[in-house]
Design a binder for this molecule. Sequence first.
Ligand SMILES: *Cc1c(COP(=O)(O)O)cnc(C)c1O
Length: 374
Amino acid sequence: MTYPNPFREAAIDLGAVSENVRTLRTLTGVQVIGVVKADGYGHGAAAVATAALAGGATRLGTATIEESLALRRAGITAPLLAWLHEPGRRFDDAVEAGIEVGVSSWEQLIAASEAAPASMPAAPAPVHLKVDTGLSRNGVADADLDRVLAEAARLERIGRIRVVGIFSHLSGTGVEEDLAQLARYTEVIAKAESFGIRPEIRHLAATAAAISLPEARLDAVRIGLGLYGLSPFPGRSSADLGLRPAMTLRASVAAVRRVPAGSGVSYDYAYRCERETTLALVPLGYADGVPRQASGRGPVLVAGRPHTVAGRVAMDQFVVDVGDEQVAVGDEVVLFGDPTRGHPAATEWADAAGTINYEIVTRIGARVPRRTVS
Ligand SMILES: *Cc1c(COP(=O)(O)O)cnc(C)c1O
């Protein structure tokens, strides 16, 4: 006997990724930097990177240099930017690989200027100065700004670095807070120019501000969540934004049983069947990124009909009470995907688990094969 559906998989629609980039490029009218950190938010970094470039992204961003180096090894030749570094890290390998280095401190600026890759020891290191405009995370702090800008200008004049960009990141707290960060960012740009620094690209907005705060679009927007077709706004769906979710998390029913009224289901018997019913076993659990917090709440489509997780999500599996519906081993289960095709949204799982859709897709585990579809 053969079964048509995958045991478990995350189907990744690369056409959707390309289309989402096109949509956001048209909307914003500026360059798109595709953010593919954390294995492309769980979608597979190299595949997503290729699709984003096909859709018109001009540059890719990762958190770490290791992530960017992996893209180079996968054959990606586009400009890359990486912005979160291990203390004391040297940047020879990054410069050698043509990776632009996000610089958040005096120490990182000096390290970038000292990069001397074997093949081109005198080449200036391409950097994007990252400034803290209010998020209080990384980025050059206010107190260090003057001396960092002065030194960056000097290092650029003597050919040790090239300031490709100046960037910052918004908190997304609200329009007022984001505009205050934009105002601070504008002051920083003016100050940098007074030191003689003229960055090619000024970039501030991630997906949310790229869509909702036109003033913040500047020369480029850094698009992460939007690449994957998800909405950063509570109450606004992907479709409302003209985006298409790229990931569909599917499985097939691994077992079916008929149980009498009163049967307990899964750990702690957190769910009890009110009447005789049919239970379907889904072979995905918290090891695969299905949040245990969504026990008893997560939405799931079984053989095309909507249901809810019954009881606890376990490490490898959970159970769905399908009542008197005809469900068989091998039938398709969809946890989330594209709501316009009747699937639950990743956002519904986020709501069920008390988190955000970013975390739902990014945490899909290594045991779930990614299958790219176009
Ligand atoms: C992750 C990240 C982004 C992408 O944010 P989205 O909200 O997913 O678009 C952009 N910029 C920086 C600095 C980031 O760390």
